[in-house]
Ligand binder design. Structure first.
Ligand SMILES: Nc1nc2c(c(=O)[nH]1)N[C@H]1C(S)=C(S)[C@@H](COP(=O)(O)O)O[C@H]1N2
Ligand SMILES: [Mo]
Length: 378
């Protein structure tokens, strides 16, 4: 059994695949920095995602922070700069819990890669999104203690993980406008699914910005700064922007393109898997839809024939206002090749677009085109 761990001997999986406490069938895009997503069907039908199944997106090495040494600095345009220990954060503010779906702006990039190559970015499939119960304190309460000055318009977050992907290499950071930062849903989270945050998810404290791209939910948070302008961090000012389709991704500079913030309505098929072979006849199809920001999912439709005809899916109740909604329907699939598609509308009347070609951008962000899986039925 050389080369196999004991767990691997039981589960039949090679040693070392079980990274950061994740299930051993994760699709690992990169080990260092660690970037991995679960298989599509692992997300199906569960209101919340077990932590071992939750995707992880990192731009640098995973910090190892001693919780007793950790301090949160709150500074910038505030009346009273703060320095809080973990204990002060825990005992000094009301404890809240929210079920939140995080979604990476690069989720479903693989669908954009089919349109045109996107060099230098991981080809995330459907799994760079997941839902967990996060617990901690409201960012708004901490900002109230510090007292925002009138000119404070953006709240910036800083972490210690230095990314060599940034130009120049720098610690990870980002910001949200003060209006979002003061929303009661925005957390400084210490726990995920009832346990202290695991290291890979930002221990001891991370930001959770529900309804916004995952990039703003800064992990290993050490500093919160009130500013008059957005963060100048690379991951706010240069990356996580949608440049025009003809822009050179390497040459794109700060302020080129649209800064990503609130998520657009998205929807995916979670079961059956793309490429599945199954018996012809009535087939259950399930997936999720997520509206983003203050919107809700209004309707999901599923097509058995690549978008020629559609049926309306049944929507589950969400686990909370910031969580995805699972949907389900039964399609009668004939023998042969079938392409099942899904699309969703949100409460603002926006609908997921048919074509990924329209959405293609040099960094491959924000693919919310119709979900499609190809099946073989017999
Ligand atoms: N400090 C820090 N925070 C970070 C990142 C990072 O690389 N460093 N990645 C961001 C991105 S792009 C996403 S999608 C989420 C992923 O969170 P997760 O790894 O807990 O799933 O964390 C965000 N916060
Ligand atoms: Mo992300």
């Amino acid at each position: 059994m050389t080369g196999f761990t004991e767990a691997a001997a039981e589960g039949g999986h090679p040693a070392g695949v079980n990274l950061w406490g994740k299930r051993d069938d994760m699709v690992v895009h990169e080990r260092d920095p660690f970037n991995a997503e679960p298989p599509r069907t692992a997300l199906a039908g569960r209101a919340t995602t077990p932590t071992g199944t939750f995707y992880s997106r990192n731009h640098g090495p995973v910090p190892d922070i001693d919780p007793s040494e950790w301090r949160l600095r709150v500074d910038g345009l505030v009346e009273r700069p703060l320095e809080l220990s973990l204990e002060e954060l825990r005992t000094g503010f009301e404890e809240v819990e929210t079920v939140v779906t995080l979604q990476c702006a690069g989720n479903r990039r693989a669908g954009l890669n089919e349109v045109r190559d996107i060099p230098g970015e991981a080809p995330w499939g459907p799994g760079a999104t997941a839902t967990a119960r996060f617990a901690g304190v409201r960012l708004a309460d901490v900002l109230a203690r510090a007292g925002l000055r009138p000119r404070a318009a953006h709240i910036a977050f800083t972490a210690p993980d230095v990314s060599r992907l940034a130009d120049p290499p720098q610690p990870y950071g980002g910001s949200v406008p003060v209006g979002k930062a003061l929303g009661p849903e925005v957390l400084l989270a210490r726990a995920m699914n009832g346990a202290p945050l695991p290291r890979v998810h930002g221990a001891p404290v991370r930001v959770v910005v529900p309804g916004w791209i995952g990039a703003r939910s800064v992990k290993w948070l050490t500093r919160v700064t009130a500013r008059s302008e957005p963060s100048e961090n690379y991951f706010q000012a240069v990356a996580y922007r949608v440049p025009p389709a003809d822009a050179d991704p390497g040459g794109a500079g700060a302020a080129d393109g649209v800064s990503l913030g609130p998520l657009a309505v998205n929807c995916d098929i979670l079961d059956p898997d793309d490429g599945a072979r199954l018996p012809a006849g009535p087939t259950g199809v399930t997936g999720y839809a997520l509206a983003g920001e203050e919107r809700t999912v209004a309707r999901v439709e599923v097509s058995p024939d690549g978008g020629r005809s559609w049926v309306r899916a049944d929507l589950d109740e969400p686990a909370g206002p910031w969580a995805w909604q699972h949907w389900r329907t039964t399609l009668d699939l004939p023998a042969g090749e079938a392409e099942v598609a899904a699309r969703a509308w949100d409460s603002a009347g926006a609908v997921t677009p048919e074509s990924p070609a329209l959405l293609w951008n040099p960094k491959g962000y924000a693919n919310n085109s119709w979900a499609r899986v190809r099946l073989t039925c017999r």
